[in-house]
Write a protein that binds this ligand. Structure first.
Ligand SMILES: Nc1ncnc2c1ncn2[C@@H]1O[C@H](COP(=O)(O)OP(=O)(O)O)[C@@H](O)[C@H]1O
Ligand SMILES: [Mg+2]
Length: 293
């Protein structure tokens, strides 16, 4: 069995200020195995970035447990956390400005965070990465002469500079055009084929339809999960498919540790309940939920 890369159990994050308390994660459970490419979707404010920031070690959880690559994000010392952020995780944001230095060349930007022993080794690794993101021909260009989409591809190379076990991306295609979004997504797919574990937050419906596993977060908890149908596994590069409207995945609800499920809104509405009571019974190996008689 593959080792778990991410193991979140009952994860809680509370943002406190003087006046208010925001419960951003409300007991989130998620397991991601090593080698998986997982997409995280959900409405704005549902807790996606909060969760990614916890995993990335940018912010500390309030309660629950979180293990990443076997490391406990709860008990980690500040010193270990610095080391963790450097070597275990790589992070790509929608707005990559904070990663990039405009007056350095693309290649220099990629070399900057590296911890390899010699400049020669750094240069070799940086060349490998810049080829991977398809920008070898622009290796000497300053970042401020490159387009937003190109900068985003460089940001991906930078995130990979120290060969992280886990690549995190928070809406990496959020501010690029559709063609660049596709290109970036292909980079992730290719990386994943070569064994890279990736967790990506995306709003892009068409792209999420091509991912093997999509988990949906609602009100700070994983509410449902979609798994790519076998029949689509080999068709992901077909350009004649209208991915946005294609029914590529099987949808499942997620039971939490206490056996609770969140009934999808439309189904709940169809039950037409007068109050919060419903009848639940086992019938032919299925659980039936119905309004009281
Ligand atoms: N630093 C913060 N301080 C206070 N509240 C925050 C902070 N970051 C996020 N929140 C709140 O936590 C909730 C989840 O936010 P976020 O994780 O950014 O959602 P998403 O990425 O899914 O849009 C929202 O209600 C948001 O306003
Ligand atoms: Mg967000």
């Amino acid at each position: 069995m593959a080792e778990n890369m991410i193991q979140a159990d009952g994860l809680v994050k509370i943002y406190k200020s003087k006046e208010t308390e925001v419960l951003a994660l409300q007991g989130l459970d998620l397991t991601v195995e090593t080698g998986e490419l997982t997409a995280l979707i959900g409405n704005s404010g549902s807790g996606k970035s909060t969760f990614l920031n916890m995993i990335g070690g940018l912010d500390r959880p309030s309660a629950g447990s979180l293990l990443v690559g076997g490391k406990n994000l709860f008990t980690m010392t500040e010193k270990d956390l610095v080391e963790y952020k450097r070597n275990t995780v790589g992070f790509v944001w929608q707005n990559n400005g904070r990663n990039l230095l405009p007056y350095l060349s693309a290649l220099e930007n990629i070399m900057l965070p590296m911890h390899l022993s010699s400049t020669k080794k750094k240069r070799e690794k940086a060349m490998e990465l810049i080829e991977l993101v398809g920008l070898a021909h622009k290796k000497n260009n300053h970042l401020n002469t490159m387009s937003g989409g190109e900068q985003q591809r460089i940001a991906i190379a930078i995130a990979l500079a120290n060969s992280p076990k886990l690549l995190l991306a928070d809406e990496p295609t959020g501010s690029v055009d559709a063609k660049t979004a596709d290109y970036i997504f292909d980079i992730f797919t290719e990386l994943n084929k070569n064994g890279q574990t990736i967790l990506i937050v995306t709003h892009d419906v068409a792209l999420s339809k091509k991912v093997k596993r999509v988990v949906a977060i609602r009100d700070g908890k994983i509410s449902s999960e979609r798994i790519l149908k076998e029949s689509y596994a080999d068709r992901l590069k077909e350009v004649t498919i209208d991915w946005r409207n294609e029914d590529t995945q099987e949808e499942y609800v997620i039971l939490d540790k206490a056996g609770r499920v969140q009934i999808p809104k439309e189904l709940l509405a169809a039950l037409n309940l007068k109050d919060n009571k419903a009848k639940i019974e086992l019938q032919d190996g299925k659980i039936l939920i119905s309004p009281p008689k």
